[in-house]
Unconditional design. Sequence first.
Length: 268
Amino acid sequence: MPHPVPPSPRHRVNPRTKFKYLITGKWRLIAIAVCLFLILLGKGQATPLPPLQTHPLPPQLAQWEDSSNSGDYFDRVQPTSVGYLVWSEFPIKVYIERPTNPRDRRFQAWVNDVQTAVAEWNDYLPLTLVEQPEQADILWERVRPPLRATLNRETRQFEIPIARNAEANYKVYRRPGTPPHLAHRFTIQLSPSQTDEDTLATARHELGHALGIWGHSPLKTDALYPTQVRYPPPISARDINTLKKIYQQPTRLGWAIESDIQSRLFPR
């Protein structure tokens, strides 16, 4: 992840289970930023990325109007070194891991919960399910994310969470074309051990991050609130207001990498 480092999406906590969610910690963000910086250096010379530009609003977001004037939390979302995490090619392709045993009811319930979250967000951005993981822009894996130590900024001590139920991260890559362009791909790891209600709430939250909301809401009534609540909220008007504002911002994603740039940025 880039500089300035966006507000790190942190744990979602409830009284029953600590650290219900963790998106990406500070050190993971720094590691991604370092890797991207090294790639850009190439042979010791800094190489520019495509310039920041704004994509047209997707039709659903262009038509969205909040009659309640609920506001947004756009100020909690910051761009990365490639700009805001905006998708520009639709529909966004989603792959959900499937059970090898069709009689595995718990696995199928997990799939159903993720599909429900996809259907909910599809009202605001075009999403489609694909059959192969290599086709996906967003890849869902049914696995508990590994525990990672994070730095407590107040105590300056590393802390290891007791459990983590979800993690979303992305990578930037060159998508082939004439010319090729800068693209990104998300992977979401979602635990198989939650209740159906919690799985749906987690999937809804994580997918919001993958669609571009790289930050958290301060209100419990929003799907992107960082801590799990007793009665998980649906996608709120504030969530969509925030998403719409994000898609009005400039990004380097989805724009062409000129031939003289790509030869140094992505050497063969």
